[in-house]
Design a protein around this ligand. Structure first.
Ligand SMILES: Nc1ncnc2c1ncn2[C@@H]1O[C@H](COP(=O)(O)OP(=O)(O)O)[C@@H](O)[C@H]1O
Ligand SMILES: [Mg+2]
Length: 274
């Protein structure tokens, strides 16, 4: 039998509805800083969207608002294809990866990844298989018993990604996750995230200030501008090429970087204009 509220939306219609719709969102901090002004953004299920913009243009604020980690001053956030829980967030959870891995140094990798499940009162034994599965996804299955101090920066970030994925969220929010890593590690993690995205069908909103990173990863780049933070341009990046080491040196990638770079320069030059 169908659940009571199933007749309202057929599965086919559900797929067509966007995952999240931000409408005319403004955020003014108590300091008076207008972090976002009239920002609208619609993200479809399965997209890989980057928010790209200079420091201070409100990228983190936008991401935190989508995650329900901060309220809006005006405007709305809607989840048209999801059931909403008591906190106004979509059921099925949202994974959040911060720039710093924010691991508990006194807990091993397994226990760090267990945290979101522990908060839902899932005991370790019951969570075991799920945790090992997600550690395998990020290539850390052999490091379950290691402590954060024994891991490289890239490995710590993998733990952080595993922790965000362990609840199997539909949406993964990543706030400049690789900004502190060296170039080689960053490229490797870029490939891992792309592989993960393809394998799971998860929706990703990825914050970065790197033109090259956004052009490599995303199928759409939302360029933001500052003072106040808002959308400057929405750039689709459709390519038939596999995004891999070969793509990094392709003419298509070079062109994508050029387009995005011009857009970012435009955003910086017109910041403050209304
Ligand atoms: N908690 C806060 N209180 C006051 N101002 C803030 C706070 N968080 C961010 N801001 C300000 O809001 C603006 C946007 O910040 P942020 O969203 O962090 O930008 P970005 O992530 O693009 O660098 C900046 O001017 C920043 O100083
Ligand atoms: Mg930020």
């Amino acid at each position: 039998m169908l659940p009571a509220d199933a007749q309202a939306v057929s599965p086919k219609e559900t797929r067509k509805r966007p995952l999240v719709v931000m409408q005319s969102v403004s955020k003014v901090f108590s300091s008076g800083t207008v972090a976002l002004s009239n920002m609208s953004l619609t993200v479809e299920s399965g997209e890989f969207v980057s928010l790209l913009g200079p420091s201070g243009c409100g990228k983190s604020t936008a991401l935190r608002i989508i995650a329900g980690l901060g309220d809006v001053t005006s405007g709305t956030i809607d989840w048209p294809s999801s059931r909403i829980n008591s906190r106004g967030l979509p059921e099925g959870d949202i994974g959040f990866v911060f720039q710093e891995p924010t691991l508990m140094p006194w807990k091993n990798v397994f226990d760090n990844v267990h945290l979101p499940l522990r908060l839902r009162r899932v005991p370790k034994a019951a969570a075991h298989d799920q945790i090992i599965e997600v550690l395998t996804t990020v290539g850390l299955q052999d490091f379950a018993k290691a402590y954060p101090r024994e891991l490289s920066g890239g490995m710590k970030m993998r733990v952080s990604i595993a922790r965000a994925l362990v609840t199997k969220p539909k949406l993964l929010l990543m706030d400049e996750p690789f900004a502190a890593l060296d170039e080689i590690t960053r490229q490797k993690l870029n490939d891992d995230v792309l592989r993960l995205w393809k394998a799971t069908g998860i929706t990703v909103i990825f914050v970065t200030h790197s033109v090259f990173e956004s052009a490599y990863l995303s199928n759409r780049i939302v360029v933001m501008k500052a003072r106040p933070g808002r959308v400057h341009a929405d750039v689709p990046l459709i390519t038939s090429l596999e995004r891999d080491a070969h793509y990094r040196t392709s003419e298509e990638y070079r062109k994508a970087c050029e387009t995005v770079s011009h857009s970012l320069i435009g955003a910086i030059n017109s910041a403050g204009d209304h």
